[in-house]
Design a protein around this ligand. Structure first.
Ligand SMILES: NC(=O)c1ccc[n+]([C@@H]2O[C@H](COP(=O)([O-])OP(=O)(O)OC[C@H]3O[C@@H](n4cnc5c(N)ncnc54)[C@H](O)[C@@H]3O)[C@@H](O)[C@H]2O)c1
Length: 330
């Protein structure tokens, strides 16, 4: 049966890559993309000409339609700290109220997939982090609108699964980078690339030894399409998805400095509650999605992203409506 699919946040960085994978499907009748262009850009979808695709500018938490959907993929939420820290209530609404609204639009037997985050582990005391780790999150801290709304949306969906049998797929994404990140996104890789190509000064907060596991978007989206719709997986989550090669922030910056003549590091004071480390335990992911690996090396991913940023930042000019740079890494 041909499927009706809805993606929230489809004009964003990851969402637009998900849309590219969805339009390859032959079993999809319509695809409705709901996005309010808070952090997403219309131009991320400018190349999509498939007549099955309908882009609706709306807030996911209030979007209304008489249509019902067989598959809903809920991605609407800023993922970058400066953006979500500036508008915490809006962030909570996008994730949690958005999910509450979207589940009402499911056809009987329909599936809702949700992009949760490694931020649910907070500043982890164990490494790598398996899905069973309960995390160390400060529910009153500056990152809490994001961390806690992801945690609460996970709770909501698991409870609906338990009590009403709703089919769910929950992924916990670790740091993703790549093409179509906003130049003013504010996360480490995109920030360093934008800075290298403009001011030349790459700002490092603290000693830069805080580490992350950087997954290139093509690899990550390949895992998502398998988990959300391609493979017949009977596991509702949570599932860690990411690259388990952990690299300190300063090494990322140094690598970019080596690629862009004239670029240099600038050390700045540390940011409160910046997690010291983040690395996925992918044991479960390798069982659920056999054969999947984050194959694109960090060096290759940065090279591709740099090429894209040269076009986006240098040729077209960076976006200017960025919030104040509260912090730069996620
Ligand atoms: N990129 C990462 O490293 C990462 C890591 C963990 C989790 N995630 C999750 O993946 C999803 C996508 O992340 P991304 O990096 O593509 O972020 P993004 O900011 O590029 O995309 C989010 C999209 O959602 C839209 N949006 C936000 N609030 C909305 C609302 N209320 N109504 C309608 N649209 C709304 C934005 O305009 C944007 O197009 C998010 O849920 C994020 O939390 C991302």
């Amino acid at each position: 049966m041909a499927k009706k699919v809805l993606v929230s946040g489809g004009a964003g960085f990851i969402g637009s890559h998900i849309v590219d994978r969805l339009v390859r499907r032959n079993d999809m009748e319509t695809l409705v993309i709901v996005d309010n262009f808070w952090t997403g850009l219309r131009e991320n979808l400018a190349h999509v000409t498939d007549p099955r695709v309908h882009l609706v500018q709306a807030d996911v938490e209030t979007f209304a339609t008489a249509e019902k959907f067989d598959e809903i993929i809920h991605l609407a939420s800023p993922a970058s700290p400066p953006w979500y820290m500036r508008e915490p209530a809006r962030t909570i609404k996008a994730n949690l109220v958005g999910a509450l609204n979207l589940v009402e639009m499911l056809n009987p037997g329909g599936r809702i997939s949700f992009a949760s985050t490694s931020e649910v582990y907070g500043d982890p005391l164990i490494s790598p982090q398996p899905e069973s780790y309960r995390g160390q999150v400060d529910c009153t801290g500056p990152r809490s609108s994001y961390d806690e709304s992801k945690r609460c949306t996970e709770s909501l969906l698991f409870e609906l699964h338990r009590t009403a049998g709703i089919d769910i797929r929950i992924v916990r994404l670790f740091n993703v980078y790549g093409t179509r990140t906003r130049p003013d996104d504010g996360r480490a890789v995109s920030n360093f690339l934008s800075q290298a190509l403009t001011t030349g000064e790459l700002t490092i907060y603290g000693d830069g030894l805080q580490s992350r596991s950087w997954g290139y978007v093509d690899d990550i989206v390949s895992a998502l399409e398998r988990y959300f719709w391609l493979d017949n997986v009977d596991y509702c989550g949570p599932l860690n998805v990411g690259n388990d090669r952990e690299i300190p922030v300063i090494d990322v910056a140094r690598h970019i400095v080596s690629l862009v003549p004239g670029a240099r590091l600038k050390l700045c004071p540390p940011i409160p509650q910046d997690p010291t480390n983040r690395r996925p335990d992918l044991t479960l992911c390798r069982k659920v999605l056999p054969g999947w690996e984050a194959n694109i090396t960090y060096e290759e991913g940065v090279r591709r992203t740099l090429e894209w940023f040269r076009e986006a930042v240098v040729l077209k000019g960076a976006q200017t409506d960025a919030p104040s740079p509260v912090r730069l890494e996620s």
